[in-house]
Design a protein. Structure first.
Length: 453
């Protein structure tokens, strides 16, 4: 769920009803029975009288709770009154501090904005929370991660990268757009956005050649440039990931796990709407969500195909006929914790173990589609070795007719800007990785595999 940060800033005062709504919402979120964006959306549908600014503040504070649940929950034990109220107050306080409301000392400004909400004894309590030195917190409290994820990061990235990475994932992600080059150029779209000003003010993304990063998080659905399909919401990392496949005009290409089609549309634009691009997915609902986006994209080369599983007969009929395949595999999503902080509390070692078996099965099936000399990109939005390098290494051991290609060597001529992109925590790695603390994107992993001629 995207949150209108500008609307949060415009609501400079928290009101008692915000605490009441947030107390109820946090209690529901903490059950972790459903994805957080689904829970928040369902709650707002049950509260039709809430205005947009109220919803923005409540939603942002609820996600602040999920990002920093460990430290919020621990400090809440020291307060008085109902637990739900204590959790709500701390979440609101963090939201206002991080939003930079007011001027001067952020903690003091946040307390002033909570003046209509807090009771006398709660002011000192919140002040104590605001003066805690993060360096003094226990490691798992400071990073707000379950122990198994913290340990998995320790065995997946260099030790000196673990803490900066974990702390970067405690911050909200920016709103990135991909310009649909079938219909517009990036400079043209930047002009439109900056003419609107305010929360629409934008700048080019640092690496993706067609990316735009907004300074706020406005609702886009009412804007003509969005209705006309000039842009799609897509994280810069996801845009770069599509570039790894390097599809050409006139080729046969498969997006094997297309989902709602963000990368499919990106690939179709790179192909200039030529050739044939299959969008496979096991979810009819996700493919249905692609159709309206496809209709306004201006693309005519995309063919959504529902498959029952990775071994569906529709897949087998294309064996040996495809030039390029993207496998953006279902994964734990732990690279997207800035946007989906509930995932760190909803995933488990057992769920990851189940996912890795599914990932390997999908990769094996997708590999059969390729012509000799064809390219397959295996990707996840995970940070864990088990879902990334581990899956690819097991695949390569069983498939000697495939080889791993160095992304810097493969992409240097076609996308010079990619040569200046830090590939990951290790500059010499043949694994393509993006990290929030290094690149300002979601966490992504990619491996370029080629079927030997």
């Amino acid at each position: 769920m995207r949150i209108d940060q500008k609307a949060v800033a415009a609501r400079a005062k928290a009101l008692p009803q915000h605490v009441e709504h947030l107390s109820i919402l946090i209690t529901e979120l903490a059950r972790f029975a459903h994805p957080a964006d689904m829970v928040v959306s369902r709650y707002f549908r049950s509260q039709p009288k809430l205005g947009n600014r109220d919803r923005a503040l409540i939603a942002e504070a609820s996600f602040a709770f999920l990002r920093r649940k460990t430290e919020i929950s621990q400090f809440a034990e020291s307060g008085q009154g109902p637990l739900g109220r204590r959790l709500a107050l701390l979440s609101l306080f963090i939201t206002m501090v991080e939003s930079g409301l007011g001027s001067g000392n952020r903690a003091e400004s946040a307390l002033a904005d909570l003046a209509f909400v807090v009771h006398p004894g709660e002011i000192d309590w919140l002040q104590r929370f605001g003066t805690i030195e993060r360096e003094s917190l226990a490691p798992l409290t400071r990073v707000n991660l379950p122990e198994w994820i913290w340990n998995a990061l320790g065995s997946s990235v260099p030790k000196d990268q673990c803490l900066p990475l974990a702390e970067a994932m405690l911050k909200a992600a920016p709103l990135d757009l991909r310009v649909n080059t079938i219909k517009a150029a990036r400079e043209e779209l930047l002009g439109v956005l900056n003419d609107l000003g305010g929360r629409y003010a934008a700048e080019p993304t640092p690496y993706a050649p067609n990316g735009v990063r907004l300074k706020g998080k406005p609702a886009l659905q009412t804007q003509e440039f969005f209705k006309q399909g000039l842009v799609e919401v897509q994280d810069e990392g996801s845009q770069l990931l599509s570039m790894l496949l390097e599809p050409k005009r006139g080729e046969m290409v498969v997006d094997f796990c297309a989902g709602a089609g963000g990368k499919t549309l990106s690939l179709g634009a790179m192909m200039r709407s030529s050739g044939r691009l299959y969008a496979f997915d096991v979810s009819e609902k996700r493919l249905a969500n692609l159709k309206p986006r496809l209709a306004k994209s201006g693309l005519s080369n995309v063919h959504p195909v529902w498959i029952d599983n990775e071994n569906d007969a529709k897949v087998k009929r294309l064996a040996g006929k495809i030039d390029r395949v993207l496998v953006d595999a279902p994964c734990s999503g732990l690279g997207t914790l800035r946007r989906n902080p509930d995932l760190k509390w909803r995933q488990s070692p057992q769920s990851v173990a189940e996912l890795t078996q599914k990932q390997l099965s999908i990769l094996q099936s997708a590999s059969r589609l390729l012509k000799p000399g064809g390219r397959l990109v295996y990707a996840t939005c995970s940070l864990i070795y088990q879902e990334n390098q581990g899956v690819v290494e097991e695949f390569l051991a069983a498939n000697p007719n495939f080889e791993l290609k160095d992304p810097k060597e493969v992409l240097r001529d076609s996308f010079p800007a990619m040569d200046n992109l830090p590939i990951g925590a290790s500059a010499n790695s043949k694994w393509w990785q993006l990290f929030p603390h290094l690149h300002g994107t979601d966490g992504f992993f990619g491996a370029i595999l080629e079927r030997k001629s």
